[in-house]
Unconditional design. Structure first.
Length: 269
């Protein structure tokens, strides 16, 4: 199941972040008080979260309207600080708010089925804040209203498995497989679409010791919402007449499932 004990994985997560921070200038962390945003215009950038204590630099959606920015800012301002030790899943979204020359960055937990979302600051994942019911509803409407079609996903660097059987950015997948096999830190987002055009996400994050898979179909308007995390041992490839079929091995949850077919790259038997 997706439920993950926060304290069990925080140490590994922070080691992962320290290494990434040394080599990736595109990742940044926020501060609860906010820091000067330079010449950045007022806006809110939402991305799908990958890990604690860092912001995913691939945007899922951007809001630059005054009303939308105010909704996110007010959600933080009216958040109620939680007491005690946190026991939480990995975040759903990262949110960067540039407003009035200051920047705030948060991890956001948001579920259409819940009346109260929550957040932590990226720089302090040990302290949580619950959203008001009003703010939760407003943020759900804003984020679930973001359009994320195949073209946008491909431009973002995602691997896009098309209904026709084709795969866009297949070279990104092959590079990811090489990094996993060499034990290097890496992550990738694989997206396929329903016939109605709704995205289904599969995020894979390799931290060197394990391969984490997050399956998320909560943006499918016609499906039963599922947002599940599993841990696997590695990636397997099999050559078939249709191409090379990639699956995951040693996963703890047999219901999670993962399959990606790169057409034309296999020869069969």
């Amino acid at each position: 199941m997706r439920r993950i004990k926060y304290m069990m994985f925080l140490t590994v997560s922070m080691m992962f972040i320290s290494i990434l921070s040394a080599g990736c200038s595109g990742k940044s962390s926020g501060t609860p008080s906010g820091e000067p945003g330079g010449v950045q215009a007022d806006r809110v950038v939402v991305s799908r979260s990958i890990e604690f204590a860092r912001v995913n630099d691939k945007p899922y959606g951007i809001f630059d309207g005054k009303k939308e920015i105010e909704a996110f800012a007010k959600a933080i301002q009216t958040g109620d600080k939680m007491r005690g030790q946190l026991d939480i899943d990995f975040p759903d979204y990262d949110v960067v708010i540039d407003r009035n020359g200051k920047r705030k960055q948060i991890h956001l937990w948001l579920d259409q089925r819940s009346n109260r979302g929550m957040f932590t600051y990226v720089s302090d994942t040990g302290t949580g804040y619950t959203l008001t019911e009003k703010s939760t509803k407003e943020l759900v409407e804003l984020i679930w209203g973001i359009g994320y079609d195949a073209d946008k996903a491909a431009e973002n660097g995602d691997v896009v498995a098309e209904l026709s059987g084709g795969v866009r950015n297949a070279e990104h997948w092959l590079s990811f497989v090489d990094l996993v096999e060499s034990g290097e830190l890496a992550d990738i987002q694989v997206v396929n679409y329903t016939k109605e055009g709704d995205p289904i996400f599969r995020n894979l994050i390799n931290n060197g010791d394990s391969l984490r898979l997050r399956y998320d179909n909560t943006h499918d308007a016609y499906g039963t919402p599922v947002d599940r995390t599993d841990f696997c041992d590695g990636i397997e490839a099999q050559e078939t007449e249709q191409g090379t079929v990639y699956t995951l091995s040693g996963c703890g949850d047999s219901e999670t499932g993962f399959e990606l077919v790169l057409p034309g790259s296999g020869g069969g038997d």
